[in-house]
Write a protein that binds this ligand. Structure first.
Ligand code: CU
Length: 142
């Protein structure tokens, strides 16, 4: 006669496997922590993401350090731009649907920007300890 059900001893094997895994992987990770989570040194360059979704830059105001990289990701179905309001500072040009554009800001300052197709879409990059510009539409209503 054919017995289809698994022998009960399999459960014991599985349990021992889980205990071994916890001992080998999870416990050392808990001991040493995740190094990536620790605060980066001042000299390290960070990468930040600005998401473009539902005609909105998010976060609207992003604080970065000089030399950090900011990646604009367009999750909308229409193209957008990230264009500095101060002429010549930066301009992504067309960021097509599903595409991204990256920018490195070398110097401190506040850089309000908007989408050249949709002027109501606005955001601001604040580099180092600069104060967000009072003119920034991103600050309105907050
Ligand atoms: Cu746009």
């Amino acid at each position: 006669m054919l017995v289809i059900s698994k022998p009960p001893s399999n459960n014991g094997v599985l349990l021992r496997f889980i205990i071994a895994w916890v001992a080998a992987v999870a416990w050392p990770a808990a001991l040493f922590g995740a190094p990536a989570r620790s605060a980066p040194a001042a000299s390290e360059r960070a990468t930040h993401i600005v998401t473009i979704e539902n005609m909105t830059f998010s976060p609207a105001i992003l604080r970065v350090q000089p030399g950090d990289t900011v990646i604009f990701e367009n999750h909308d179905l229409v193209p957008h731009t990230a264009t500095a309001r101060e002429k010549g500072k930066f301009d992504s040009g067309l960021i097509k649907a599903g595409e991204s554009w990256s920018l490195t800001l070398p110097s401190a300052g506040s850089f309000p920007y908007s989408c050249s197709f949709h002027p109501t879409m606005s955001g601001e990059l604040v580099v180092e300890n600069a104060v967000p510009s009072k003119a920034s539409p991103a600050l309105r209503g907050k």
